[in-house]
Design a protein around this ligand. Structure first.
Ligand code: C2E
Ligand code: MG
Ligand code: MG
Length: 736
């Protein structure tokens, strides 16, 4: 072969030794049983570089030897292969092994043969993807090098296609993994891992985000969300505080220019989704070019889509577990936190639930916007003043707390909530009703919540007692109450309840002037309780709204029937409870019922208890005033047993006041007339009538008459009775 006869183009052959060493060489396997061919090839290719890279020649003297080299070295670019060696077709058999056994599909093969007659068939050349077939004589120096360049080029193209395909496969796989991320932190960690896989390097890099919901608070600085490798940054750390000015500078440039930045040793990928933006900083050993860069750009496009996805997921998660108004965890999250607290078998931890007293009034009087501002202010105060506690908003005006008893106790909570809260331009002072529960080992979240709620209800039912801590006997009591309520619901639904009526008699002329309607739960089904037990339960569960409406209807019906027989007294009194009166449509409902039974409003008297007035005075008085304007009489029941009644009497003018049974009973002991007298005088000064309840002795009647009391109601005259007995009773009394 005349190896040095022609000029070689396209090849730089004057590279310095250092460069040759540094660049990654193309591996060339020479397979030939003739030493001379090896030498000549080696000589012809010395100092040859292809595509800016040197060559590394490997020698094999038989197909078998070549096979064992190829089994280990999988990155050989080109094989110069003799056809005839151990056997006439040893070379061709090796080709078959290369493609089918070793699965080396990229390596380019140039067949060389000394004997022109032993040319392989075209079929073999096609089947085994042979690059070139030359007789040795044909392979002059120039031809050899040109064939080699073509082969290496084609090898490189195949490799880069394969890399590309592999890279794209990785990207698709990475996208699948990234789509599984549940939150931005998980997404960021996964991104670093996938980037390392894509660039075939160990995990290294940093991901920063400017993300208003990442930690539930607004952020305007870039913060680290994930870091790996040489970056020892901690999640949450502001990017400005990284101890790496060059990285901080790249981050800022990336965000300012809103684009990826490729630098020799770093790549900064820019991701944006609405108001959220993120930068991934990726260090690498050498400048990224060609395929790697293209892949990275494709990957970044995918990342952006996944980023948008995870932000949406996080937002959904946030909404599922947080209250949008205060941004505090919601009830579901609170119960989960209680669950976690219970599972940790803690010492000295407590849970607390509290309601803002008269919140409905604040809302109605000052508007919902102020109400919202108040709730936000309370949330902020709690988070700030009780950093040891987890704070949640459980319902409208209800908050929940979990924390160490040293910080979470009635005294401390009271102290924290004592200062007024700013809402719009006002300063609002609030009081709260609380319930506490010590968190004990292995009690699940739902149970802890229930226990705290039981304690809360205990405090609520005794508004003047100290805040209650849960105790097991409370739970037993609750269990019993729930059982009663279950039966009550069923019996009410099935129509087993009834309304009885107790007459009211004028002390001036003994005439029947009124009736009080009283709900009864007869023991028809073997389960019954007196109104003093079932009415409070119905009130708590709001079943009273339905029961109350039904009692009113029954009363109207009874009044109409009595009227038809000429026995109707001038009015009928119906007791109403808090949950009824605070319904915005309460006045409409009452008026509508009266209309349906053609009962004049003046024939209806509504009895409310003083304690009821205490809770939401504004809402209650607004609704009652509306009814009063229609001519319905408003009576304050059980007067004297509540608190600060005088104050409320000023706000809600009543038409009638009922002296509680306990004061009437005092008369028998010779002490009570002072109270009774005071009430009568007060009522008359306010222009209200007075009814004495529970009158059961003639002495009481005499005394009450002397005091100027207007009406009496009690066993002395009649016990409450069913409607059917009533007409009889009235008729008989008229005869006497
Ligand atoms: P209240 O409105 O103060 O009703 C008067 C209570 O005193 C009734 O008890 C009546 O039976 C009882 N009473 C009347 N005269 C005498 C007497 O001379 N001696 C004694 N010892 N008791 C007398 P009752 O029917 O057990 O009702 C208890 C409470 O349950 C009522 O007190 C009222 O607050 C409530 N209630 C009853 N029915 C209803 C209703 O339909 N709706 C609402 N919201 N509450 C009701
Ligand atoms: Mg009453
Ligand atoms: Mg009463």
């Amino acid at each position: 072969m005349r190896l040095e006869e022609e000029q070689i183009e396209l090849i730089e052959s004057d590279m310095s030794a250092t460069n040759v060493q540094r660049a990654n060489p193309w591996k060339l396997l020479i397979v030939d049983d003739d030493q001379e061919v090896h030498d000549a090839t080696r000589f012809a290719l010395q100092n040859v570089r292809v595509l800016d890279r040197p060559l590394q020649l490997i020698d094999a003297y038989s197909a078998v030897e070549a096979g064992s080299i190829l089994a280990i070295q999988t990155d050989i670019a080109v094989i110069l292969l003799d056809v005839v060696m151990e056997s006439p077709d040893a070379g061709l058999q090796l080709v078959q092994r290369i493609r089918q056994e070793f699965h080396l599909d990229d390596v380019r093969i140039i067949l060389r043969t000394g004997q022109p007659g032993s040319a392989p068939e075209l079929k073999v050349i096609r089947e085994y993807d042979i690059n070139d077939y030359k007789t040795k004589a044909e392979l002059t120096h120039t031809r050899l090098v040109t064939a080699l360049i073509a082969a290496i080029r084609s090898y490189e193209q195949l490799r880069s296609l394969r890399d590309n395909r592999h890279g794209l496969e990785l990207i698709v796989e990475a996208a699948a993994r990234l789509l599984q991320a549940q939150d931005v932190a998980g997404f960021a960690k996964c991104t670093l891992r996938q980037l390392a896989l894509l660039l075939h390097q160990t995990e290294d890099g940093l991901i920063c985000m400017r993300d208003e919901i990442a930690h539930g608070v607004e952020q305007d600085t870039l913060r680290v969300v994930a870091a790996a490798g040489k970056f020892s940054a901690t999640p949450g750390q502001p990017a400005d505080q990284l101890n790496a000015p060059d990285i901080t500078a790249v981050l800022h440039e990336c965000v300012t220019r809103m684009t990826h930045i490729f630098m020799p040793l770093h790549t900064a990928l820019y991701l944006r989704c609405g108001a959220h933006e993120a930068v991934a900083i990726l260090p690498h050993e050498k400048s990224l070019a060609g395929v790697a860069r293209q892949l990275l750009e494709t990957f970044a496009a995918n990342l952006t889509a996944c980023y948008g996805n995870v932000i949406m997921l996080e937002r959904l998660n946030f909404l599922a577990y947080h209250d949008p108004l205060t941004q505090l965890p919601n009830r579901i999250r609170f119960v989960n936190d209680l669950d976690a607290a219970g599972a940790m078998a803690p010492q000295g931890q407590a849970a607390c639930l509290f309601d803002v007293d008269r919140f409905t009034d604040i809302n109605n009087a000052l508007g919902h916007e102020i109400g919202d501002q108040l709730l936000i202010a309370i949330a902020r105060r709690l988070v700030k003043a009780l950093p040891e506690c987890r704070v949640a908003r459980i319902g409208a005006d209800r908050f929940g707390l979990i924390g160490p008893e040293t910080a979470l106790n009635p005294e401390r909570l009271l102290q924290v909530l004592q200062e007024p809260f700013p809402a719009d331009e006002q300063q609002l002072q609030i009081t709260v009703t609380t319930g506490f529960c010590r968190i004990s080992e292995r009690v699940c979240g739902e149970t802890l919540f229930k226990h705290t709620d039981i304690a809360f209800n205990q405090t609520r039912m005794n508004p003047h007692s100290l805040p209650q801590y849960f105790s097991p006997d409370m739970a037993e009591h609750t269990h019993w109450r729930l059982e009663v309520l279950r039966h009550l619901r069923r019996d009410f639904r099935d129509g087993w309840l009834s309304v009885w009526y107790q007459p009211q008699v004028s002390l001036a002329d003994d005439n029947i002037v009124g009736l009080e309607a009283l709900a009864r739960w007869p023991a028809t089904r073997g389960f019954a309780q007196p109104p003093t037990v079932f009415i409070p339960l119905a009130e708590e569960s709001h079943l009273i709204i339905d029961i109350g409406a039904w009692v009113l209807e029954q009363s109207c019906l009874t009044w109409r029937r009595l009227q038809a027989t000429g026995h109707a007294p001038s009015r009928i009194a119906v007791n109403v409870s808090m949950p009824q009166v605070r319904m915005p449509d309460f006045p409409d409902k009452v008026l509508h019922t009266l209309e349906r039974y053609s009962m004049p409003p003046a024939a209806l008297e509504i009895e409310i208890t003083e304690s009821l007035l205490l809770k939401e005075p504004l809402t209650v008085s607004r609704n009652l005033q509306a009814l009063r304007r229609e001519g319905i009489q408003i009576t304050i029941d059980d007067f004297g047993t509540g608190y600060s009644s005088l104050n409320y009497l000023r706000e809600l003018p009543a038409d009638c006041i009922k002296i509680d049974r306990s004061f009437v009973r005092e008369i028998d002991y010779g002490r009570g007339d002072l109270f009774a007298e005071t009430i009568v005088t007060l009522a008359h000064k306010l222009g209200a009538e007075v009814v004495a309840e529970g009158v059961d002795t003639p002495e009481q009647v005499t005394c009450l008459r002397q005091l100027g009391c207007d009406i009496a109601q009690g066993y002395l005259y009649a016990k409450p009775m069913p409607a059917e007995e009533l007409a009889n009773w009235i008729g008989q009394r008229r005869v006497h």
